[in-house]
Ligand binder design. Structure first.
Ligand code: FE2
Ligand code: FE2
Length: 367
């Protein structure tokens, strides 16, 4: 295993003194179990991928990315309505900010990983793909940061690149995790967009108007990882891989539900019922993931929502215990941690649905 620490271009940025770091930057740099992470991997192994088995589909996909359909999309225009940050109810302001900072961190995480792969690689197919995807994610992160700048709380991305912890995943796990986060990102953005299309009175920020074309980028990034996995059947077949895919499905899906429930004021202002939204997003992601994964979680099984609710309560209790500190806090953390572990295990052990993914995994955004 070749664990490497990224040496990124942004490290040339002067490190600001701690007192210069805004609260939003510190928030983005924090990595708990539930926060978006920065990843590093064995870039040499990824560079050895041979796309020959999917050459025709690959060339078609890269031609689409090269054409850059969203080249001019991420610019504010006259439809960017002003946001009354000062008049906003404090709890909503806190949760909207948290949503934007968390989305920015997730977007920038992709940018950092893809840029590093492009920088280290020698394989022209892989370098070209990661160049396009880093381009897109840099735009996405920059656009969110513009929105935060308006509120006077832009995140210092240079600082973030250096201060944030990097999690090492071997390439196979990067494919599982990144594929899922791209497709879930698509499903989240399009679900919010379609809801606000019907209920524009709930559009509390103009950035949501940009989500329709935006989510197509995320969809195509997910397509890229599906094709990468298709280059080698050993990546998704077999007993052990299915156990790992199941792990990533349960982890990514349940963490999303916990994080969404932590923003009640934000979802209320959007007119979104969180349970409905999470069901919609997970069902869309699960249906899409059949393109490449041989198993899906049975989201209709009542054990799923029951287990996620138990996990969410345990996670809340854990946060409270951590804040309380002392012996009481420590005991509270042990108790909540045990409950969280049992809830996760019960979700993991739910029966899954098995199926055979199609020979050609490609899909078009259809929601
Ligand atoms: Fe993105
Ligand atoms: Fe993406």
């Amino acid at each position: 295993m070749n664990v490497q620490s990224p040496a990124l271009e942004a490290t040339a940025v002067r490190e600001p003194a701690k007192r210069d770091i805004s609260e939003s930057t510190q928030r983005a740099a924090t990595t708990t179990l539930l926060d978006p992470r920065f990843y590093t991997t064995d870039f040499d192994e990824m560079d050895r991928i041979d796309v020959t088995p999917v050459r025709a589909e690959w060339d078609e996909m890269l031609a689409k990315m090269k054409a850059d359909p969203n080249k001019t999309h991420f610019k504010k225009d006259e439809t960017w309505d002003p946001v009354d940050w000062d008049g906003m109810e404090p709890e909503l302001k806190k949760e909207l900010t948290d949503f934007l900072v968390s989305s920015l961190t997730a977007e920038f995480s992709g940018c950092v990983l893809y840029k590093e792969m492009k920088r280290r690689g020698n394989n022209p197919d892989i370098c070209e793909l990661f160049n396009y995807m880093a381009r897109d994610e840099a735009r996405h992160a920059g656009f969110i940061n513009d929105a935060l700048r308006e509120a006077g709380i832009a995140v210092n991305l240079g600082f973030l690149t250096k201060a944030k912890k990097y999690t090492y995943f071997r390439p196979k796990f990067i494919y599982y995790a990144t594929y899922l986060s791209e497709k879930i990102g698509y499903a989240r953005y399009i679900t919010i967009y379609r809801h606000l299309e019907k209920h524009p009175e709930h559009r509390i920020h103009p950035i949501f108007k940009w989500f329709e074309k935006w989510c197509n980028d995320e969809f195509s990034h997910g397509e890229a990882f599906a094709l990468l996995m298709k280059t080698d059947p050993k990546l998704t077949n077999g007993f052990v891989n299915k156990l790992w895919i199941r792990f990533f499905l349960v982890a990514v899906f349940s963490v999303m539900c916990i994080r969404d429930h932590a923003r009640p004021a934000f979802h209320k202002a959007l007119g979104i019922d969180i349970d409905w939204y999470d069901r919609e997003v997970l069902q869309k992601t699960s249906d899409i993931s059949r393109q490449i994964f041989p198993i899906t979680i049975d989201l209709q099984n009542p054990r799923w929502e029951r287990g996620v609710t138990r996990l969410r309560h345990a996670s809340n209790d854990m946060a409270h215990a951590r804040a309380r500190g002392g012996i009481g806090g420590m005991l509270g953390r042990i108790s909540a941690g045990t409950r969280a572990g049992l809830a996760f295990a019960s979700l993991y052990l739910m029966p899954v649905k098995h199926h055979t993914p199609p020979a050609d995994p490609r899909m078009e955004p259809s929601y």
